[in-house]
Design a protein around this ligand. Structure first.
Ligand SMILES: Cc1ncc(COP(=O)(O)O)c(C=O)c1O
Length: 460
């Protein structure tokens, strides 16, 4: 992908066009771009990212969105419907994740749902005189937590993971001190889709009288169905008394449109610490529950519509297919001694190259496997420490025939990796500028180029 996609096909607008572009032309361009870009998603070859992929579902949500897209829910009195939607989304999610009370906020996505609790726990620490707060989390915790800690000047202490790639409790325990305001665990982790030992993290949080955030941004809305489906998964939610907050993204396995996530707190007292209120501003008394000011009612309405239209039965059916497909991926990967699955995943399967000792065969480079899969339009996600890829299963991956194609293509990809031992692979471990074809040693430079591209549009 170049830094200026479509410059060869459509007019570039580095400045506002003098005369408005006709709507039909704009719609034509939009339809062409979206059809081309969604084509791979429809083949079911993308890991994560496209969670529902059901065009009927999207059309319905877009219709709902249209009714409130212009509504600013900061003005509660004008749009009371948003209060209904938001309250019910929070209550339904609290019920699914066994929160004692429906206390939460709707945010713009996983990142905001991880940053807010960090702010809350910093403020919580301040109330008891902690001026240099730290949070302890396993190294697999999502970068948004580092971003939040960076913004709010909180020290991050990274705990090791075990050989099963979940938080190593001895390491977590060794990092906690009197300035620790919170622990973090994930259900499941982005890299390997695994559930940290939330029960043990909860025990430690209770013992130390500190907070515990469970990052269920990715897994919350799919793992919550495991128990009903008889899929063995440990308890990872508010049923553990030490869990004080939890995030789950409606825009991932909640199957809403992009731009929404739920953040739950154990108590209203904790939630209050994230409110921002300015009573004496010349513009009037200002109050907002989170980081955003104005927010679109359309996103909230469509997240609500996704939840109530699917209902328990809808979610259960999709989750059953996702768990079954993840099991199938594990079997397919297991057919190759050159590959090994990391940990014991249920919905997001990470696999790496086996070492010679593990497999008894000559080791291959996992990124050669990824190169060959990418050539067949599969889009898995590259990981590091150790080098690996993951296949985060979403609904499009569960459709008939997709796994048969994956089995064939993985077989060929392993053969390709065997043939290209010792050569430099094209792919590597990149997340955030995913899709940029940047050699492994130049990821940072590639990323900077991608970010700069917004300011460097070609003229003409
Ligand atoms: C475990 C986990 N937490 C947080 C996030 C951040 O979510 P978002 O990209 O919606 O900000 C992700 C994204 O994939 C995730 O996998």
């Amino acid at each position: 992908m170049g830094l200026h996609p479509y410059a060869d096909r459509y007019a570039v607008h580095p400045t506002l066009p003098g005369t408005g572009v006709p709507r039909d032309q704009i719609l034509r361009e939009i339809e062409e771009m979206s059809a081309a870009e969604d084509a791979v998603a429809h083949e079911g070859k993308i890991s994560g990212s496209i969670y529902s992929g059901d065009e009927d579902h999207y059309a319905f949500l877009n219709e709902v969105f249209g009714h409130f897209s212009h509504a600013n829910v900061l003005q509660r009195d004008v749009y009371p419907s948003a209060t209904r939607f938001e309250g019910e989304i929070i209550a339904m999610t609290a019920d699914l994740l066994h929160a004692p009370e429906p206390v939460g906020v709707l945010t713009s996505g996983g990142t905001e749902s991880l940053m807010n609790p960090l702010l809350v726990y910093r403020e919580w620490g301040r109330e008891s005189g902690i001026t240099r707060p730290n949070v302890v989390m396993p190294e697999t915790a999502h970068p948004a937590l580092h971003k939040g800690a960076h913004y709010f000047d909180i020290e991050v202490r990274l705990a090791d993971v075990t050989d099963q790639f979940v938080a190593d409790m001895a390491s977590v325990r060794s990092l906690v001190d009197a300035d620790t305001v919170a622990l973090v665990g994930s259900a499941g982790t982005y890299p390997h889709g695994l559930i940290d030992p939330i029960g043990e993290l909860s025990d430690l949080a209770v013992e130390r009288g500190i907070n515990l955030h469970v990052d269920g941004c990715l897994g919350g809305f799919v793992l919550c169905w495991a128990e009903d489906l008889g899929v063995p998964a440990p308890v990872f939610d508010f049923r553990h008394p030490g869990v004080t907050s939890m995030s789950a993204d409606t825009h991932k396995y909640g199957f809403g449109l992009k731009g929404s996530s739920v953040l739950l707190y154990r108590s209203p007292e904790l939630r209050r610490l994230q409110y921002f209120v300015m009573p004496d501003w010349s513009g009037g008394h200002y109050a907002s529950p989170g980081m955003s000011g104005s927010r679109s009612g359309g996103i909230i309405a469509s997240a609500w519509a996704a939840m109530v239209s699917l209902g328990r039965e809808g979610y259960l059916a999709i989750a059953a297919d996702i768990f079954a497909t993840a099991r199938r991926i594990r079997e397919i990967v297991g057919e190759h001694p050159e590959l090994r699955v990391l940990g014991d995943p249920l919905f997001n399967v990470a696999f790496a190259a086996s070492t010679g000792e593990q497999s008894g065969v000559d080791p291959i480079d996992i990124f050669h496997v990824n190169d060959a899969l990418a050539a067949k339009r599969w889009r898995l996600n590259g990981l590091q420490h150790p080098p690996a890829v993951h296949f985060c299963v979403t609904r499009p991956n569960t459709l008939p025939g997709v796994m048969d194609r994956f089995a064939e293509d993985l077989h060929e990809a392993v053969a390709y990796a065997r043939e290209h031992r010792g050569e430099q692979p094209r792919s590597g471990a990149t997340y955030g500028a995913g899709g940029l074809s940047v050699p492994r040693d130049r990821v940072a430079a590639g990323m900077a180029g991608w970010l700069d591209a917004t300011q460097a549009l070609p003229s003409g």
